[in-house]
Design a protein around this ligand. Structure first.
Ligand code: ADP
Length: 609
């Protein structure tokens, strides 16, 4: 049976082997067992039920919580040549009837439905009459009240299962692996002795980093300048921050769009599509963005603010690099973020237990921001995976290539100024005194006669504020939680003032990334043109992985092209000749055509013969 599955994998998806866990999960489903597959985002959950759907007779019903994702998934399947359709509230009555009729005639291998449909008895009866071999429940954590996305209509799934005269295999998938969620899934889906498989949560292609106290706008500006054209997401904590940052980036000439719950549905859909279709490079968003996004070529996710817990962080950061190509996940931390998150917890009307739990989770993400050990190890240990080595050599703490700048003298001047102002004033005034400002308040309070007045006059006011923020983030200065926050020195500042300890600031090396190879860029442009003509997101034509492999091995004929990851039969027929021609054209222009013609001749001998 697995042999057949492997053949279908190559034929439709163009992949030559299954990933860790996919094989075990599929085997269990193919044997008709109830199955729970727990894999991180990008782990390859959808294949685990799509391939059995192709093998089983009849139809596979997929319950999926997000209408937007449903359409994308169905489009992607149709694009691979797999007959699939969906039914949800975006369709009118007649269309639903027509699709149900087609399903009953066996026209589709997969039917995606929204869980809300199951609440109508008439619809459940209709489904119960069909020949359903497999019921796949996507985002199965939505069935649990402990999960972060509880959907009451998921509770109707058990009723659906009970109504079948011949019970189909049931398979559930999620990226959430907590004990409570696992238990709830088993219980609410009425599983019979399920096979449960949890794959490792590591995402080796993602580089994690935490940057503390830096000027966030500057950082983002520099980062985007170094990564021109690479698609990415920037998460900010509030709508206002999203608006401001997006405006700033647009003014600097970046193709940026914004997404938050304060925008109209139309505006959100438009920007989401522009991002998916590679028409804008970055999307600046609140955490409202992302659940319905399947875009596989997101190359970075920057958090402009610290999120509320590690679960949200890993889910949001995990949207980078779903195609397996390198992705960067950067968290820009400022201690003020902690106050914002605490405020939000207090604002939530919840039980004392839930609040205590939220505070504990918040502390875990604060600890992540301050740890000096391996970030990947920290994340995986948080999710219960202790087997990870202590160092990963792929996070900012393990392979730090930033430079250290000695700022001991500046730190001493700042500490001394705070001390002389008797630790009774806030950041703006301290920075003003160090700058030597003629501000009314500075003069009224007589701070112009302090020995620290104007000690940092060679720096701009913003640079002084940035330095103070770094010293706050590194634990030398504390900010009181009062209505007018005041700067005070922490113990750690003592040895610095006495000249016994140095202070360093990390400076990111500003290396321009080596541009991708010329052919890769060329194929990327071709992909975009094809995508536009076909009305498809570019990553559905071919993923970055496929284009990179093509640009490296320069396939000369169809047989070579079929050997590349992500090239299946249908895509070969639809797009193969266009890509082969582009590669030939490139080689010709580079004068490398003589070799490749010979390759083509040899490679095509087998095909024609
Ligand atoms: P998930 O639903 O777990 O987030 P997806 O099913 O969307 O993940 O898969 C993520 C990406 O990995 C997709 O681009 C998918 O085509 C690709 N993928 C899945 N399985 C394999 C495989 N066996 N080999 C190569 N790529 C795969």
């Amino acid at each position: 049976m697995l042999e057949k599955a492997r053949k279908l994998l190559k034929k439709y998806y163009g992949y030559s082997s299954f990933r860790e866990g996919q094989e075990k999960i599929m085997l269990s489903i193919l044997n008709g067992c109830d199955t729970l597959g727990i894999m991180p985002t990008g782990g390859g959950k959808s294949l685990c039920y799509q391939i059995p759907a192709l093998i089983f007779p009849g139809t596979t019903v997929v319950i999926s919580p997000l209408i937007s994702l449903m359409k994308d998934q169905v489009d992607a399947l149709n694009n691979l040549g797999i007959p699939a359709t969906f039914i949800n509230s975006s369709l009118g009555y007649r269309e639903v009837e027509a699709r149900m009729h087609d399903v009953s005639r066996g026209r589709y291998k997969l039917l995606y439905i929204a869980p809300e449909r199951l609440e109508a008895d008439s619809f459940r009866e209709l489904i119960n009459r069909l020949h359903i071999s497999l019921l796949a429940v996507d985002e199965a954590h939505c069935v649990s009240q402990w999960g972060h996305d509880f959907r009451p209509s998921y509770l109707a799934i058990a009723g659906l299962i009970a109504g079948f005269s011949s019970r189909p295999a049931v398979a559930a998938f999620t990226a959430t692996a907590t004990k409570e969620v696992k238990k709830d899934i088993g219980r609410h889906l009425a599983f019979h002795k399920p096979f449960i498989h949890v794959t490792g949560f590591d995402r080796p292609n993602l580089f994690f980093s935490v940057i503390r106290g830096e000027n966030r706008r500057n950082f983002i500006f520099q980062f985007l300048s170094r990564n021109k054209g690479e698609p990415g997401i920037i998460y900010a904590a509030t709508r206002k921050e999203v608006d401001n940052l997006c405006e700033f980036l647009q003014a600097k000439g970046f193709a940026a769009g914004k997404y938050h719950a304060g925008l109209s549905d139309g505006a959100r859909t438009k920007v989401q599509e522009a991002f998916i279709y590679d028409e804008i490079q970055v999307i600046v968003a609140t955490n409202a963005f992302g659940m319905g996004i399947d875009k596989s070529n997101v190359r970075f996710v920057i958090h402009h603010n610290m999120p509320k817990n590690m679960e949200s962080y890993y889910q949001e950061a995990g949207r980078a690099g779903r195609d397996g190509e390198p992705g960067e996940c950067i968290l820009l931390f400022s201690p003020q973020d902690i106050q914002v998150q605490k405020y939000l917890i207090e604002l939530n009307e919840s039980t004392p237990e839930r609040r205590a739990r939220d505070y504990r989770k918040l502390q875990s993400v604060v600890d992540y921001c301050y740890t000096t050990h391996c970030l990947r190890h920290y994340i995986l240990a948080y999710f219960g995976e202790e087997s990870m080595p202590d160092a990963c050599s792929n996070c900012s703490n393990c392979s730090d290539d930033s430079e250290l700048m000695d700022i001991t003298v500046e730190a001493q001047k700042i500490f001394s100024c705070i001390w002389r102002m008797q630790q009774r004033f806030g950041l703006a005034l301290v920075a003003g005194v160090l700058k030597g400002s003629r501000n009314k308040k500075v003069l009224q309070l007589g701070f112009d006669s302090l020995s620290t007045y104007g000690l940092l006059q060679d720096y701009s006011l913003n640079e002084i504020k940035d330095l103070i923020n770094i010293l706050i983030a590194e634990g030398y200065i504390m900010v009181t939680e009062s209505q007018y926050p005041v700067l005070k020195l922490r113990q750690k500042a003592g040895p610095v003032l006495k000249g016994q300890a140095p202070v360093y600031r990390k400076v990111i090396r500003e290396e321009e990334k080596a541009p991708d190879n010329e052919l890769f860029e060329r194929l990327r442009r071709l992909r975009k043109d094809i995508a536009q003509q076909e009305g498809l997101p570019p990553y559905m034509v071919f993923t970055d992985v496929t284009l990179r492999e093509m640009s490296e091995s320069c396939p000369a004929g169809e047989q070579d092209l079929m050997a590349i990851t992500g090239v299946g039969e249908v895509k070969l027929q639809r797009f193969g000749s266009l890509f082969l021609a582009e590669i030939q054209q490139h080689l010709q222009e580079k004068g490398e055509v003589a070799d490749s013609v010979e390759n083509a001749r040899q490679s095509n001998v087998g095909e024609r013969g």
